[in-house]
Structures are given as C-alpha cells and as structure tokens.
Design a binder for this molecule. Structure first.
Ligand code: RTP
Length: 134
C-alpha cells in the first residue's frame, strides 16, 4: 500500500466540498489516514509551489492558496499516487475528463479544487511538510 498527500484547496473548502471530495477518494477504495483543516503561511505556500516560482502567475497562486483554509489529507491505497492523480484529473479543468474531480467540480486552471502529489518522493516530502515527521 502506498501513501499520498492530497489537499482540498481554499476554493473547495469555501464551496463546502470537503465531504464530496473525500467521498470520491473513499468510493475509489482509498483510506483516509490523516485529515486536517489548516491555514497555509505564505512561506509554506512558496515552498510548496517552489517549482513554479518563475511563472508569471506565481504571486497570484500563493495569494490563492493562502486565501483561506485548506483540508490536508494523507490517503492510502494501491498505487496511491497514480490512482489519485487519475481521479483528480488534468491540471486545467477544461481538459479534465468527466468523472474526475476537476472535470466535475472546477472550471478554472488556478482554482482547480484539489492538489495531489505527483511522485512518491514528493508525497513523502509533502506529508512531512504538512503533518510533520512520523
Ligand atoms: P497540483 O500541484 O495543484 O496538484 O497541480 P498539478 O501538479 O496538476 O499542476 P502544477 O503544474 O504543479 O501547478 C500547480 C498549480 O498551479 C496552478 N496553476 N495555475 N494560471 C495558470 O496557468 C496555472 N497553471 C497552474 C494550479 O492551481 C495548479 O494546480
């Protein structure tokens, strides 16, 4: 069994979609191992999106992700990273298929409702970033 890090972004929390999103993962077969509503600091957000620092939308992205609480989760399941990314759908909701979370719940490339780790290495780093060691 593999673990991954997923978070409902501030747009999903504000729209009252935490339960619906957690249900999508549980329906697929994932187990919710940890879950916590938290407010990201700008510092943590800038580290989390460090790979996008050079992008023109970086400042706006940090403003967005710190605009309200996120619901951070650790999910466990078979091939959790690959399967959670499939369930989440393409980064741009306009390109995400029906049946995926972004395809069904979002319209905007930035406010795309959910984040999921994209590799085993990043999952480990992100779980520690949001929940600490151990
Ligand atoms: P995430 O990290 O949130 O799961 O998203 P991802 O891997 O699918 O996409 P990534 O390229 O890492 O982008 C991270 C987040 O940045 C926002 N974004 N905005 N304005 C834009 O063109 C743009 N492009 C990306 C999205 O919120 C994306 O999820």
């Amino acid at each position: 069994m593999e673990k991954t890090f997923v978070m409902v972004k501030p747009d999903g929390v504000k729209r009252g979609l935490i339960g619906a999103i957690v249900a999508r993962f549980e329906n697929k077969g994932f187990t919710l191992v940890k879950g916590e509503l938290m407010q990201l600091s700008r510092e943590k957000a800038e580290v989390h999106y460090g790979h996008l620092r050079a992008k023109p939308f970086f400042g706006e992205l940090v403003d967005f992700i710190t605009s309200g609480p996120v619901f951070a989760m650790v999910l466990e399941g078979k091939d959790a990273i690959k399967n959670s990314r499939l369930l989440i759908g393409a980064t741009n909701p306009s390109e995400a298929g029906a049946g995926t979370i972004r395809g069904d719940f979002a319209l905007d490339v930035e406010a795309n409702i959910v984040h999921g780790s994209d590799s085993a290495e990043n999952a480990e780093i992100e779980i520690e970033r949001f929940f600490g060691k151990g």
